[in-house]
Ligand binder design. Structure first.
Ligand code: ATR
Length: 278
């Protein structure tokens, strides 16, 4: 009797042991009846090219790429999707007939979570993004395309925010400011935390006054405990404050779809994930 072939996938990063991606893709594979394996690869920065080539030689079909490699991986690709090129970052590789193709599913992951899971329509909203690093870069294009009334990027280092504004100039208008200059005149309906401050345990640096119970607060980072940004926003009286679990699962679903051509149902995955992982 012939054995059905197992297709190889995985994620490369450094550090990597904390990654939930194997569990998520395992749940997707069970749900959609796909015969795949998905492994964690601890890959230090100097090893990335070798690690990708070895995976390709082994017959690997697809990879996720996470910190700190999302930008440097651009050097090792044969093709890059339009959305990844604009984001300047890649989180998904597809190995097709000897070619390595890079894509970025982070932006669509956030949009699916906001628009489908939370039913938030971004058109006409005032959006504030805190932070101007790689995470912000990955989400600006779809946010601008959703036609918000305004989009402001506030950052500790103004220069970095201004560089992003210039990079995305052709897609839409972005305003920039220092954290301490966040306007008291605009009521932001959506505030996204894209800084890495919370992971360092810092949270009291958001000088935002006109936040109210209707402001939707979204933290791109996630944790099994409430994140510092989530705690901060709830203390401010916000009713809708969520962390980045939804985006994590949605970007994985989009990668899975690119690889397998089947879109997994993300409903209920988080509950299963947290039940199985802990
Ligand atoms: P990522 O790829 O996760 O976005 P990054 O590119 O290092 O990581 O960017 C981290 C972001 O968090 C930056 O906007 C950074 O601000 P600076 O550009 O001024 O460095 C922001 N950040 C990190 N720690 C912070 C803190 N304690 N207070 C405010 N912003 C912080």
């Amino acid at each position: 009797m012939s054995q059905k072939k197992i297709d190889l996938y995985g994620v490369m990063g450094d550090p990597i042991s904390h990654s939930y991606s194997p569990n998520i893709h395992h749940l997707f594979a069970l749900q959609t009846n796909q015969n795949i394996s998905y492994e964690l690869f601890l890959v230090p920065p100097d090893d990335l090219e070798n690690a990708i080539k070895s995976f390709q030689i082994k017959g690997g079909r697809g990879l996720n790429i996470t910190l700190p490699h999302k930008t440097t991986v651009l050097n090792y690709l044969d093709e890059i999707s339009e959305r990844a090129r604009i984001a300047g970052a890649v989180n998904t590789l597809l190995f097709e007939e000897g070619r390595i193709c890079g894509d970025n599913t982070d932006g669509v992951g956030l949009m699916n979570d906001l628009e489908k899971n939370y039913n938030l329509k971004l058109k006409g909203l005032n959006i504030l993004i805190l932070g101007a690093g790689g995470a912000t870069r990955g989400i600006l294009q779809p946010l601008l395309k959703a036609n918000p009334l305004s989009l402001t990027v506030a950052n500790r280092t103004l220069q970095k925010a201004t560089a992003l504004m210039e990079h995305f100039n052709s897609i839409g208008k972005i305003s920039t400011c220092h954290f301490e200059d966040i306007s008291d005149d605009i009521t932001y309906e959506l505030i996204i935390n894209a800084t890495s401050a919370g992971t360092k345990g810092q949270s009291n640096f958001f000088p935002i006054n006109n936040i109210n119970k209707n402001t939707f607060c979204y933290d791109l980072s996630y944790s099994t405990k409430p994140t510092p940004f989530k705690k901060w926003s709830i203390e401010k009286g916000v009713r809708h404050s969520v962390d980045g679990w939804g985006m994590l699962i949605e970007q994985a679903a989009e990668s899975f779809y690119l690889w397998r051509g089947i879109r997994p149902d993300t409903n209920g995955i988080l509950t299963k994930l947290l039940t199985h992982s802990h």
